[in-house]
Ligand binder design. Sequence first.
Ligand code: ASP
Length: 342
Amino acid sequence: MKNKTNILLIYTGGTIGMVKDYKSGALKAFDFSELLKRIPELKQLDCAIDSISFKIPIDSSNMNTGHWVSIAELIESNYNSYDGFVVLHGSDTMSYTASALSFMLENLGKPVIFTGSQLPIGDLRTDAKENLITSVQIAALQENAIPVIQEVGLYFEYKLYRANRTTKINAEHFQAFASLNYPPLVESGVHLRVFEENVWRTPSKKKFKVHKNMDGNVAILKLFPGINESLLRSVLNTSELKGFILETYGSGNAPTESWLMNLLQEALDKGIHIINVTQCSGGSVVMGRYETSKHLERLNIINGKDITTEAAITKLMYLLGCNISPKLFKTVFETSLRGEMQ
Ligand code: ASP
């Protein structure tokens, strides 16, 4: 008989693991070794749960690439001992971390489910319990002893999404995340409904590999009407800049003024990779659809298609860290590596 499924819970911080200090009224992280005491419902699940916590749990606004590497290393060193992983993380930057991890964990064959909550776990009206309990259930789902989810997911308010397709869209509603360009992988109602046709499968059974070199020499600039030359120039002149995401309008459109073209051309000549990503949360860049993107197409700027900004910036850091040759960079970026783009 197969032993119970083993799940490792990794607590990084965020509202979910906080309790109100009744004296000061402020939210603070609780001792995670007491998790099972706080959420006795977890004992009823048909799986064994271990937990591990960041030494100093953080608000996710303080996340950086070093923290991403720590999470990746925890998964790497425990990969063979657990059937699935649940990462508890603040919702503010969860889509960034989870997107980053989707690239860092190559040929993942097990579930890595990110979740958090809008209200702390001790709050009467908390969304934390449902998010946590269902995330553990999803991480433990198996069919013929094979994990149903074999990718990095993000579970929030009854839906599991592909993590690198998500964006935080609401700081108030329990439904804090959206995935406008890709349907959910699982929906939680009376039953857990898995949409098999949407889940990711590593094309061939290659060996699990963890990438830890995320290159931070990148920038994002969101276009706005009235943007001036000196702003773009100073961003593109950032020392050591290797990759730049231009957040364009609609289906990838930008002003046709010559200063913009010239500055982009100069940056390309210096070897900076430039990616066209739309500011819209849904839909895709289609370079050449309008006159206002023809010039970007002519410059041979990388097409971000329907990628989110969170996935684009983390993919950029990842690919720069992989030392992809400049000749191949555009082709590799425009290829879906973990289901992050069409
Ligand atoms: N500021 C918190 C964080 O991202 C919000 C949350 O946990 O949802 O860490």
